[in-house]
Design a protein around this ligand. Structure first.
Ligand SMILES: *[C@@H]1O[C@H](CO)[C@@H](O)[C@H](O)[C@H]1NC(C)=O
Ligand SMILES: *[C@@H]1O[C@H](CO)[C@@H](O)[C@H](O)[C@H]1NC(C)=O
Length: 412
């Protein structure tokens, strides 16, 4: 990984280089507080305590935020170099691979307008992720987004807003109002802490249906979720909640520098924040449909108030023949979600206008730009050579065109 000393990250990078050269940088508590509305440090919802598995949550969160902001910052600066013949050699193919952005041979956008619009949209999303650090929604009713560690004080442990749109401390709790109860009759989530101040997610509780993190039986397979505050009653909920499962995972920087061209498995290792230890093999993608990726994925939801969603997966028309390259015939399969490297690329190839509305496409572009070693375009090529069950069996000339950023989708 290259050192990324850019804009507001400069100081942090200097600190990283001079003081912490062997360990990864993380943002400070002050930066955390400037960007999010937090819950009391060691209280329910707060991050300064241990996750159920014993992981100290605060340092994990600060490191994960640093991972996300560093990757977003890298994406911004690399994207702005798309027109350079040298840096653009890496950027243009990735913009095509994940967002269907096409360039002419002299590094202009394909003149249909779509490519430039997509490029600008994607760039703005990354810039808004960066703004969470400096100017998080200053003029919006949303104010600072919330950041919650564990769901014990999460979504529904909020009073309903009053006429002024602010949380009304004498009004009903949202959990009571929405009658979010578990099968044992207790309120979940949020109120669990109230009823069980000794601990979180007690083992005797089973299968809460109202929880955002997933059910206890399934070991909270959701890693994190973002609430957008789309209507008045849910405005105070706007923010990111981390679930117990995410703390089972390494942070991105703690994985160190990836090996050169480690293939799809390595890519997924670097992007995966799923609590599941399963690697996302093709056949396993169905089971990953509840697994979110790291904080950058959540930030894509957050800064667009879920305009960027988790899109259904793109599938070949017969559901099985992944050699089918008649992209216009591909369909969205609502049983699966576009999570992971492979599905993000499928979505971009088959439904390019949806790729910019899928959170993992942002994660993978940022990841591939940050970690050159992952050689994401080369991975694409290797998959072809290995004749994996991917829709990528194209000519070597086409590969060259992808690499140089001059690919026309119709050529494939
Ligand atoms: C807050 O809730 C109480 C009880 O429901 C209500 O009487 C009061 O008018 C509310 N305040 C605002 C500002 O809406
Ligand atoms: C998903 O997981 C379940 C339970 O482990 C398993 O039975 C099923 O075959 C898996 N589905 C796929 C598509 O791998």
């Amino acid at each position: 990984m290259r050192c990324l000393c850019l804009r507001s990250w400069t100081l942090q990078c200097l600190i990283a280089l001079t003081l912490l050269s062997l360990s990864a940088a993380q943002i400070t508590q002050q930066q955390f507080e400037a960007s999010f509305k937090l819950y009391p440090a060691t209280g329910p919802g707060g991050c300064d305590r241990d996750a159920p598995n014993g992981t100290p949550m605060l340092s994990f969160v600060l490191q994960s935020l640093d991972d996300a902001w560093t990757m977003a910052s890298t994406a911004i600066s690399e994207m702005q170099l798309y027109f350079s013949s040298y840096s653009g050699r890496r950027t243009r193919p990735l913009l095509f691979l994940f967002f269907g952005v096409k360039f002419t041979e002299d590094y202009n956008f394909e003149p249909d307008g779509t490519s430039e619009n997509t490029y600008n949209y994607v760039l703005t999303v990354f810039q808004n992720m960066g703004k969470l650090q400096t100017a998080p929604n200053p003029d919006s009713f949303l104010q600072l987004p919330r950041f919650r560690c564990l769901e014990d004080y999460a979504a529904y442990y909020e009073h309903l807003p009053g006429d002024d749109g602010k949380e009304n401390m004498t009004a009903e709790l949202a959990a009571v109002h929405y009658d979010e109860k578990m099968t044992n009759g207790q309120y979940f989530p949020g109120l669990m802490f109230v009823f069980n101040p000794e601990g979180w997610y007690p083992p005797q509780e089973t299968n809460p249906t109202g929880g955002g993190c997933g059910s206890i039986e399934n070991q909270f397979i959701l890693q994190a979720f973002t609430l957008t505050g789309g209507d008045t009653a849910t405005q105070p909920l706007y923010g990111i909640t981390l679930c117990p499962g995410i703390f089972e995972n390494p942070t991105t920087k703690s994985l160190g520098t990836p090996a050169e061209d480690g293939g799809v498995d390595l890519l997924n290792k670097f992007s995966d924040s799923g609590g599941s230890t399963k690697r996302p093999l093709m056949k396993d993608i169905a089971n990953r449909s509840y697994v979110c990726s790291k904080i950058l994925h959540e930030m894509a939801h957050l800064v667009t108030q879920n305009t960027i969603d988790d899109q259904p997966a793109a599938y070949p028309p017969d559901g099985t023949n992944f050699d089918n390259r008649d992209w216009s015939q591909w369909v969205l399969n609502n049983n699966y979600v576009s999570y992971g490297y492979t599905q993000s690329v499928y979505l971009s190839l088959a439904k390019p206008n949806l790729a910019q509305l899928n959170a993992d496409n942002y994660l993978f572009l940022a990841l591939c730009l940050t970690y050159e070693e992952l050689d994401c375009v080369g991975t694409f090529q290797n998959d072809i050579k290995r004749r994996r069950s991917l829709p990528f069996q194209v000519s070597s000339r086409t590969i060259e065109k992808i690499r140089s950023g001059e690919l026309d989708l119709n050529d494939m």
